[in-house]
Design a protein around this ligand. Structure first.
Ligand SMILES: Nc1ncnc2c1ncn2[C@@H]1O[C@H](COP(=O)(O)OP(=O)(O)O)[C@@H](O)[C@H]1O
Ligand SMILES: [Mg+2]
Length: 511
């Protein structure tokens, strides 16, 4: 699409104004959320959603990315952002044709026997067309014409306004936003290269086909894969959240829900790469009840050590053992090893109780908050980069599972999955192979987690002298305990995501 200079300037102006409005909205949202005024937060979040829709593809994607940042925004905001639908009107067919012909260097008709001009799906980054190749029905994913330039322009405009993030939101939000934006940038560029998607798909289907039955992943026509065009086997199905149709076919919705969680959890624990985008549009169900997975644009990679530690965290959560949870979180780098173990343990125990739907008295919470306030100088929970995608995955999956089965319980389901012989074997092998390393790191962990109040006091006074700025953000430790309250109001947040992200969120809530 040809765009004139003045159109670009006008578009940039629109972005500048909108990003400013976005920041002002976020400021208000944080204020209202601190006062517990959920209704106001929801209204503002709605306004924000409208702004993003008006700004188009990059911002729709951006809003969806924000929806996984429970550590930056309150839950009401997150909920509204995850409602952002990635539906954008299709590009004119002539532009699509041009794009395809440029990629292959020959007329569309000489590549495909048939090509339907109306897409069956169109979203921010691409659209999907039915076509025919060697007498077979296929689908062709085509990148939206001009989208790369558009994303460049939009991201450039956002980045040029970074200073405003700092001025309006303060250093801490600014640093988080900076990281969030660069992660977003990386992932959106990955998604705009279908050669990468094809590689991910092949890698994941290789892993899954070696062990899963009842699962389908479209084959791809490798010779015809280009940066902007991805021809694939056509596998129609019923959308995983189309409860009516699934019921009509007589499928057992409860077992579909746990099957989804099983496939994705196994991927995280056993493989070095996982499909990180289990939203309803990417999971379908075949005639015979098999799951179909589409869309390998967003994947996550965890190393062996992290995977083993995640396994330990799952197990700890399932056995509801605060000590094990703390150890696993320290190993995952999600918890400061110097943090006072006693207080964290109490907080986690409270959180676990409320997760299970038990009553937690206000008195207990207040007592712990007071205590924590005296102990913690800094918020002890963190969200390491490699875990952010993983949490997002569980939040998405929980949404899907609850649509299928309103009584779905993530912890119990993951518990059943881990209890299978295959999974136990996996843990034993991975533990044995790294036994030595594990002994060493255990030893270190034990040495580190002994609460060192003296060190702390020293550290605090030193930092105060040297760099006051960092410690402007020293926090009441109350946060930790607050997570139990959070669990009361938002029991749907997935269990693992809960421990990591809800704790972070509550920090902002109280701050
Ligand atoms: N191989 C396929 N067979 C049948 N339908 C498909 C296939 N691939 C994608 N689709 C349809 O197109 C939609 C979008 O595809 P997807 O790969 O998720 O694109 P995007 O990356 O834009 O989200 C899917 O939700 C599904 O309905
Ligand atoms: Mg998709």
């Amino acid at each position: 699409m040809q765009v004139t200079r003045s159109e670009i300037r006008a578009h940039k102006r629109k972005i500048y104004i909108s990003v400013l409005r976005f920041l002002l909205i976020i400021r208000k949202i944080h204020r209202y959320s601190k006062k517990g005024r959920s209704e106001k937060v929801r209204k503002l979040a709605e306004k924000n959603v409208e702004i993003f829709y008006r700004l188009g593809p990059t911002f729709i994607k951006f809003g969806q990315a924000l929806s996984s940042r429970g550590d930056m925004f309150p839950q009401e905001y997150i909920d509204k952002m995850s409602e952002l639908q990635d539906i954008v009107p299709p590009a004119p067919f002539e532009e699509i044709r041009k794009e395809i012909e440029e990629e292959y260097g020959r007329p569309l008709e000489s590549v495909f026997e048939e090509f339907e001009s109306e897409p069956i799906f169109s979203a921010s980054l691409g659209q999907v067309h039915l076509a025919k190749l060697n007498g077979r029905r296929i689908v062709v994913k085509v990148l939206r014409p001009g989208i790369r330039r558009r994303v460049e322009l939009d991201l450039g405009a956002i980045k040029s306004m970074k200073f405003l993030f700092k001025v309006l939101m303060g250093d801490e939000f600014y640093f988080m936003a900076q990281r969030m934006i660069s992660t977003f940038e990386r992932s959106i560029y990955d998604e705009m290269d279908y050669r990468k998607e094809a590689r991910n798909l092949l890698e994941i289907s290789g892993n899954l086909y070696s062990r899963e039955k009842d699962l389908r992943i479209p084959g791809i026509y490798l010779d015809l894969v280009r940066e902007k065009v991805l021809p694939m086997e056509y596998i129609p199905g019923i959308k995983i959240t189309d409860v009516e149709k699934l019921k009509e076919k007589g499928f057992d919705l409860k077992s579909l829900a746990s099957r989804v969680v099983e496939v994705f959890t196994t991927m995280v624990i056993k493989d070095n790469v996982f499909h990180a985008d289990p939203h309803p549009g990417n999971i379908y169900v075949d005639e015979d009840g098999s799951l179909i997975l589409y869309d390998f644009g967003m994947v996550g990679r965890l190393d062996k050590k992290t995977r083993r530690n995640l396994f330990l965290l799952y197990n700890a959560l399932i056995s509801k053992d605060p000590d094990m949870i703390i150890d696993a979180m320290i190993r995952l780098d999600a918890l400061d090893p110097y943090a006072d173990r006693y207080v964290i343990k109490k907080g986690i125990a409270l959180a676990l109780r409320s997760l299970e739907g038990q009553q937690v008295s206000e008195y207990e919470v207040r007592e712990l908050v007071n205590f924590a306030n005296r102990i913690f100088y800094e918020f002890p929970f963190r969200l390491p980069d490699n875990l952010a995608l993983f949490i997002r995955m569980y939040v998405l999956m929980e949404g899907v599972a609850l649509t299928l089965d309103p009584e779905f319980n993530m912890l119990a389901t993951v518990g059943r999955i881990l209890d299978s012989p295959g999974m136990r074997r996996e843990l034993i092998t991975s533990t044995l192979s790294s036994e030595f390393e594990s002994i060493v790191s255990n030893y270190r962990a034990i040495m580190r987690i002994i609460p060192k109040l003296d060190d702390y006091l020293d550290m605090q006074s030193n930092y105060k002298r040297e760099d006051k700025k960092i410690y402007d953000y020293m926090i009441p430790g109350s946060i930790l305990v607050g997570s139990s309250i959070l669990a009361l109001s938002y029991p749907l947040i997935s269990a693992v995501g809960f421990t990591l992200s809800a704790l972070l969120f509550i920090y902002f809530y109280f701050k």
